[in-house]
Structures are given as C-alpha cells and as structure tokens.
Design a protein around this ligand. Sequence first.
Ligand SMILES: Nc1ncnc2c1ncn2[C@@H]1O[C@H](COP(=O)(O)OP(=O)(O)OP(=O)(O)O)[C@@H](O)[C@H]1O
Ligand SMILES: [Mg+2]
Length: 316
Amino acid sequence: MNESLRFHLLGSSQKFQDICIQIEKIAKVEATALITGETGTGKEMAARAIHYHSNRSSKPFIPVNCGALPEALIESELFGHERGAFTDAKSASPGLVSEADGGTLFLDEIDALSLKAQAAILRFLQDNTYRRVGSGVQRQANVRIIAASNADFNRLLSIGHFRSDLIYRINVLTIHMPALRERTGDALELAQVFLKRFSHHYKLPPKSLHPDTINHIIKHNWPGNIRELENVIHREFLMSETNQIQFGNHSPTQSLDKERLFKNAKANAIAEFERAYLYKVLEQASGNLSEAARIAGQERSAFGKLARKYGIQSSV
Ligand SMILES: Nc1ncnc2c1ncn2[C@@H]1O[C@H](COP(=O)(O)OP(=O)(O)OP(=O)(O)O)[C@@H](O)[C@H]1O
Ligand SMILES: [Mg+2]
C-alpha cells in the first residue's frame, strides 16, 4: 500500500484493507466508478484517494453535490452556459466539466439527479462531448467520473427514478464502503488518531480515553460512521475537563435515574439506622425520652422530633 494513501485512509481491519487494495486498483485504470456506502463511511475520501493515485492527480478533482444543486441549474453548473442563456445568466460560464478537464469529476449523491440531468450525463459519458446551455457548439472534455450514493439503486431503478442505462455505465467499477461497525478494531484506532490530531491542531496537551469509553467506542453501533466518531471525539476533546475523556457509558436520563436510585438508597439506610438507634437508646432509658436524649447526647426537643418522625409518642 502506498504510504500517503495509508496516511489518509485510516483503518487496519481486514475489511478496510481490502477496500484500500480495490482503491489502488481502481486508481490505475480509467473507467467510471461508483462508490456506495452509508453516510459518513468515507465515500468522498475514497474518491479523492482514487484521483490522487491516478495519472490524473496533477489535474483537478472537482466535487459536485448533486443533491444540493437546484434542478433548474444542474445542467448549466455541469456543462456551462452562454451569456443570456437564461434570465440570471449575466455572463458565460464554462461549467464544472470544463473545469475538471484532464481530472476527475466527483458526482456526490448522484441518485438526486433529475431524469433530465441523468440524460445529459449519459450523453457526456457516451462520447465525452457536451454543449453549454444556450450554445450549439459541441465541446470535448477528458473527464473521469466517479459517482457516490448511499441510496439503494435497485429500489430507485424499480420505481423508475434512475435510468438503468446510466447505472450500467457508471458502475463498471464499484466500491462499497463498509460501515464502521463492520470494521473490527477500526473505531478505536481512528478515535486514538483523531485525539492526537485535535491535540496537535489546537496546540493543547494530549488526552486519553477512559477504559469505559474505550469499551463504548468498541461496542457502539456508529450509525453516522466515521463522521459521527470524529465529531464526538472533537467535542469531547474540547469539552472534557480532565485529561481522560469519558463519554457514552450512560445517557443523561440513565444518569438521572442512577442519581435518584443512590439518593433513595442513602435515605433508606439513614432511616433504618435512625430507627434502630432510637429503639436502642429508648430501651436503655426504659422508654423515657428525656433520659434517652441524654444517653444519645442530644437536646430533648431535637430527640423528641426524631422520635415523632418514627411514630414514637413522648410518654414522659
Ligand atoms: N478511513 C478514514 N480514515 C480517516 N478519516 C476518514 C476515513 N474515512 C472517512 N474519514 C473522515 O470521515 C468524514 C466523513 O468522510 P466522507 O465525507 O468521505 O464520507 P461520506 O461517505 O462521503 O459521507 P456522506 O455520505 O455523509 O457524504 C470525513 O471527515 C473524513 O475525513
Ligand atoms: Mg460525501
């Protein structure tokens, strides 16, 4: 494995190492690739790794979040437009495909593309030619497309939201990024590296993980995957008041319950002690409260109050 790739893509689990081997292989060839996986599993990182280990590394890597672009603008964003092509087109724009010429265009959340935009991408993938919106001129760009999605394509295909011909063109090569919970040992390894990075970044003394926290990191499901882990470590690194970070053992409600349990147990123990003590000194004083108060070393009034608390009426 290439050293710089190893530096950026953390994780020693077999499952992730197999992914790194696939990434290296895919970097060496020119075909379109599709990266799938749950949110936060490192799809964009994988796409960047492919680009920077390919022959295109000296050319741009251009990420486009298809889900964030309004449908009306997506074609002009990708392929550019001429001045006056639409109301807001005050000047001509070359578009992202042209910007990515020689490099890689990363189409993130590709499942969010409208059917119209999918058709435009498909045309471009077929012969590397495109037209700016509002222009009749056919242009060419040498762009590798890497797409990513966390959607279930089979479902999208079955309800007609995604063109099957585009899928077949895109997923010549596929990588499925495993969820963090499937990567044995990686969560803790990443957590430790993130801790070091934050200490370095903020120029603050290093912090370590409490054993309970280590346990939690290993057992937690991490539905938000690496992004969730990174955020938690970031927050806890900054917020924890000691050098040993502790989180995840109990939720705040559980901790309230525990606190209540402790208070109840303590109150019960005290009550039991007081009652037993009262009876003992009253017995010694033959039921005489004043005498019992004297034996207990207490004021008569305070002792009387305690006795009433336990239902013992002053008989003397
Ligand atoms: N193997 C890894 N080693 C270290 N950091 C990683 C790794 N994979 C991902 N990360 C970090 O986790 C975060 C999420 O990664 P990335 O944005 O690539 O995930 P994604 O799958 O594209 O997420 P989303 O589906 O939410 O867009 C980033 O901050 C990235 O730096
Ligand atoms: Mg992403």
